[in-house]
Design a protein around this ligand. Structure first.
Ligand SMILES: Nc1ncnc2c1ncn2[C@@H]1O[C@H](COP(=O)(O)OP(=O)(O)OP(=O)(O)O)[C@@H](O)[C@H]1O
Length: 329
């Protein structure tokens, strides 16, 4: 059994975004999970949004790194540096003085070695000790689902690197499935499509922007996209419609639908009946993709509800875990 001594911090260590919740303070960090390092000095020169703005714009002395890929640590040293940076920042702001206890969310299907790496990175990064909680469970708590009741709740968390699907009842995960198709894969497919059809090279931030702005009623349905012509090597602008981009996203969305259907097929009938009545809850950044809820609803025959603040559900869940230590035990 462990007890919190001093400060307790919840972290959603996501592929795309890192969120930090400090007990008594709320969400204090909400930044892209990206750092820029000085290659020679091995020091951080930028983190979060500042580092994201540098993607594709650095010289040889600087490197932008995404330490988390597909929900797991891809670069141990950078993950440690990133955690260390945000903990030091909290210390310098006077938010806490002693080493904190961290609760960190991780995808459900990662190996024990990958889980250990997260705990080690947190301790190396300055934590007193660290505990992990499954992302889908944290998302369900954060979305205020009745996880402790004898009723089935289905959560579908679509982030940057992974889609996590879980059925929860009586305080535990009954079944969970995950796939490595989420927002990043959508961006990759958009880049690939524009390269193949228009011989135009665009970067990850441009592809992400196209996805986020899809079917935005305040913007035109035809979008201008700037990139580098693969043939001439010169900058070029093309126009592309939202429908064309949507067609690119149909394939990854179908993989997400298959993952949900697979989970439903393996769900005990009583819980499946509960889910049929109450629907499934979408969380994670991609839950905001316009039209996605309708497509998932048609593919699963279930009501689909996009949670309020889908980007914050996981970290809000870790926050509730901090307040209720028994969840971790
Ligand atoms: N309005 C939007 N429409 C579509 N996609 C969006 C929108 N806003 C953010 N996203 C996408 O959501 C993803 C990030 O979501 P989130 O922060 O939940 O992921 P994460 O927790 O970092 O990743 P993971 O859970 O896979 O580790 C990115 O791919 C981002 O482009």
């Amino acid at each position: 059994m462990f007890k919190y001594r001093g400060t307790a911090v919840g972290i959603d260590l996501g592929t795309a975004n890192l969120l930090m919740y400090i007990k008594g303070k709320g969400i204090t960090v909400r930044e892209p999970s990206i750092i820029t390092i000085d290659v020679n000095k091995k020091e951080i020169v930028a983190t979060g949004q500042k580092a994201k703005d540098m993607i594709g714009r650095t010289h040889s002395g600087l490197q932008t790194i995404r330490p988390i890929r597909d929900g797991v640590i891809a670069d141990y040293e950078s993950t440690t540096l990133m955690i260390q940076h945000y903990l030091k920042q909290a210390v310098s702001k006077g938010i806490f003085a002693t080493k904190p206890t961290l609760v960190i969310s991780v995808p459900s299907n990662i190996t024990s070695v990958e889980k250990r790496a997260v705990i080690d990175a947190a301790i190396q990064g300055g934590a007193r000790d660290a505990h992990i909680v499954e992302e889908s469970f944290a998302a369900a708590i954060g979305a205020s689902l009745p996880v402790w009741e004898p009723t089935g709740s289905m959560i579908v968390d679509i982030g940057g690197g992974t889609t996590e699907v879980a059925v929860i009842s009586l305080g535990g995960i009954v079944i969970s499935t995950s796939c490595k198709v989420a927002g990043d894969e959508m961006d990759r497919l958009i880049i690939q499509h524009i390269r193949k059809e228009y011989q135009l090279l665009i970067g990850e931030p441009t592809a992400e922007k196209i996805k986020i702005n899809l079917f935005n009623e305040e913007l035109s349905n035809r979008k201008s996209i700037r990139g580098r012509d693969l043939v001439t090597g010169l900058p070029r602008t093309i126009e592309i419609t939202d429908e064309e981009i949507w067609n690119v996203l149909i394939e990854p969305i179908e993989i997400i639908n298959q993952t949900i259907r697979h989970t439903l097929e393996n769900t005990p009938p009583e819980l499946a009946a509960d889910i049929m009545e109450r629907g499934l809850i979408l969380t994670g950044g991609v839950a905001q993709l316009r039209g996605l809820d309708t497509v998932i609803s048609n593919a699963t025959n279930l009501p689909v509800i996009v949670s309020d603040d889908p980007l914050d559900c996981v970290v809000k869940g870790t926050a509730k875990v901090l307040e209720n230590v028994k969840i971790l035990k």
